[in-house]
Design a protein around this ligand. Structure first.
Ligand code: ATP
Ligand code: MG
Length: 654
């Protein structure tokens, strides 16, 4: 191991084989890895046959001008037609597309594919009526209600580029995104339901329009407002119109036009964990091929499955694995508006029981929260319909993985730990549940058709058992095409470290079997006395202690060791208030699990951790605290009060 590489310290060695029954009827078989590796473009060309094309493509990949890729050259298709109409034409119009579950109890609505086709067509007609044309940008600022999905598909149907802004973001975040991509139309709602109460959305749009001085800049021409809660909102007839007046009155007949494979589909801003968010551009065909194939392969989707992804559509996971991937496969899924603990902490499990959910996809942060609440809560529900569980967003701590498998999956279900990014558009590294065994904490290997590697500083692959940087060495269909309006930043951020190699920004290691373990952001890697240590491994060691519910680790400048490990932990309720004894116990525990070098210099017990809206820990803010700096940009924090709680706790501790 060179000093440059990230130290490989984890002791985790449990393995779960695919269940025999699942393996016997799995969508993908083991030979697909080799077939795909032998000729990647041919493999993806084959997968493109799952879509309906208006004009067939003539070439799978044009990589003559890297890093600007063109996939499925010369083809024409319509993404919304592929997600909706063709299922109706194939006789599945009565199949439920969305089991919508609103946050208020009993506020449910089932939408079939035939109904979805009518709704999307009406919305497409209405949006065209409002002057939106192919290539124009539409900002979507909605709660998790069917209209969010309908609007995304309506945009895709007419070739408009959607940019979904998470409904929990402030008017500042909305304003900066509107300006960055020049959105002509905003689709919003009066409000949504959050933790049992109606919370307003429309006022943030009004504020954003003031902030961008829309009266003189005239970027936004129209605001289309869904009536969700019925609360009072200001209404400016010059710019605002009601969905129920404009869309419900529109015709349900809309002829989808065919667009070029490389026609822009959407811009999605990254979650801002490491810096300011980047507007990631995805185009039509490649994105749809890879999101459709991975949904089918990684979740082993079968027509009678009921799928549920708990992400918000304001996050890329909601784009690829609520809208485009599942709907391209004609899947039936749950769409849930609310939080896991409203009106009670068993709400998710109640929904799984009621709808007989078989495929469930969530994030490690949610799993750790459920662990904190206790296994008695899921234990009172019948979760036997589940057959595959998924995880996304961060490395899943081995302890959380095993808890999830045992308490939600009844000890039967494989877990697919899916590594990917807003930029990659779709799954890249993940086990295939009927083929690959799972190791708690590892995303395992690249899926068929993807070339991932772990390299050292010089860009050479590391040996098994060693750590380095995660890279993708060949272009892939759902890759980002650029950062919106900024080709230079696109090249600099992702392609400048090594020639024609995509640098993901994450550290990783390969174990003795070649399985990949994600170690956290390269920006977050700590250098303690010349050893590069992984945030993920130390956090997982802390979470494996019975008194710890959550942990975040950062490196802080230290005179003797260069950097020192500083840990912020949330204790379980049963652990008491965290006196010096607990802290000594936790330091010793990390020493035993990983080694003395990884023992935190400082452990702070905190009530909460700063997280983005998609549930990722913002370590850069904790590093500011650990190094006594002014806390940086917090606009994408889920709860802006958290940093005050932490810093005031620090002051009293000093
Ligand atoms: P920004 O790039 O603006 O800092 P972000 O990287 O948090 O934001 P996303 O694109 O939502 O925005 O997140 C992608 C990142 O999430 C990956 O680079 C990786 O660090 C992490 N991640 C996602 N899934 C996994 C996983 N299964 N295992 C480990 N890490 C994961
Ligand atoms: Mg990122």
């Amino acid at each position: 191991m060179t000093e440059q590489n990230i130290s490989n310290l984890s002791q985790e060695n449990r393995t779960f084989e695919p269940p025999a029954e699942l393996a016997a009827s799995a969508n993908v078989t083991a030979d697909v890895y080799d077939t795909a590796a032998a000729d990647r473009p041919a493999f993806w060309g084959e997968q493109a046959k799952r879509l309906d094309w208006g004009t067939p493509f003539t070439e799978v990949l044009d990589w003559s001008n890297p890093p600007f890729a063109k996939w499925f050259v010369g083809g024409k298709l319509n993404a919304a037609y592929n997600c909706v109409d063709r299922h109706v034409e194939a006789g599945h119009g009565d199949r439920v597309a969305l089991h919508f579950v609103g946050e208020p109890a009993d506020d449910t609505r089932d939408i079939t594919y035939a109904q979805l086709k009518d709704e999307v067509s009406r919305a497409a007609n209405a949006i065209e009526e409002l002057g939106v044309e192919a290539g124009d940008r539409v900002a979507i600022y909605l709660p998790m209600i069917p209209e969010a999905v309908i609007t995304m598909l309506a945009c895709a149907r007419i070739g408009a580029v959607h940019t979904v802004v998470f409904g929990g973001f402030s008017s500042d975040a909305l304003a900066s995104r509107i300006v960055d991509c020049g959105a002509k139309l905003i689709v919003t709602a009066d409000g949504g339901y959050r933790r049992g109460a109606a919370s307003a959305l429309k006022p943030a749009v009004d504020e954003a329009l003031v902030k961008i001085d829309n009266e003189s800049t005239a970027i936004v021409e129209n605001v289309l407002v869904v009536r969700r809660t019925g609360q009072d909102v200001d209404f400016d007839n010059d710019i605002d119109s009601w969905w129920h007046e404009v869309v419900d009155e529109a015709s349900e007949i809309h002829e989808p036009q065919m667009f070029d494979s490389e026609h822009p589909l959407y811009v999605m801003y990254t979650s801002g964990t490491t810096g300011s968010p980047k507007g990631i551009l995805h185009t039509t065909a490649g994105y749809l091929v890879q999101s459709a194939w991975t949904f089918w392969a990684v979740f082993d989707h079968k027509p009678d499955d009921v799928y549920w992804c708990t992400a918000d559509v304001g996050w890329v996971t909601g784009h690829s694995y609520i809208v485009y991937g599942p709907l391209a496969n004609g899947a039936t899924q749950v769409l849930y508006e609310g939080t896991p603990d409203t009106p009670h902490k068993g709400r998710w499990w109640e929904i799984i029981e009621k709808y007989q959910v078989s495929l469930f996809y969530t994030a490690p942060t949610a799993i750790r929260t459920c662990m904190k609440w206790g296994e008695e809560i899921p234990a009172t529900f019948d979760l036997s319909s589940l057959r595959i569980l998924g995880s996304v967003g961060e490395s899943i701590n081995p302890e959380a993985y095993v808890w999830y498998r045992d308490n939600i999956g009844g000890g039967r279900t494989p877990i697919v730990d899916t590594w990917w990014q807003t930029e990659t558009g779709a799954h890249m590294i993940s086990p295939l549940p009927g083929v690959t065994s799972g190791k708690p904490g590892s995303a395992m290997t690249a899926i068929p058709g993807i070339a991932a590697e772990v390299v050292d500083d010089a860009g050479n692959p590391v040996d098994n058992g060693e750590g380095g940087y995660l890279v993708i060495t060949e272009p892939w269909p759902s890759m980002l095409r650029t950062i919106w309006g900024d080709d230079d930043r696109y090249q600099d951020t992702y392609w400048s470290r090594w020639p024609n190699v995509y640098f993901a920004g994450d550290g990783a290691r390969k174990d003795e079997d070649g399985a990949i373990w994600l170690l956290g952001r390269v920006d977050d890697v700590m250098n303690v006395s010349g050893h590069r240590l992984s945030t993920t491994e130390i956090e997982s060691a802390l979470v494996s202690h019975p008194k710890v519910a959550e942990a975040a680790v950062v490196g802080a400048a230290d005179e003797t060791t260069g950097q020192a490990v500083v840990a912020f932990v949330i204790l379980r309720e049963s652990a008491g208030d965290g006196g010096t004894e607990v802290i000594q116990e936790l330091r010793a525990h990390v020493g035993k699990e990983i080694g003395p070098i990884a023992k935190p210099r400082t452990i702070m017990v905190v009530p909460e951790l700063p997280k983005t809206r998609s549930g990722k820990i913002m370590r850069r803010l904790l590093r500011d605290v650990a190094e006594n700096r002014e806390v940086g940009n917090t606009t994408t924090l889920a709860d802006s009060g958290v940093m005050d709680l932490i810093t005031s706790g620090m002051k009293t501790a000093k």
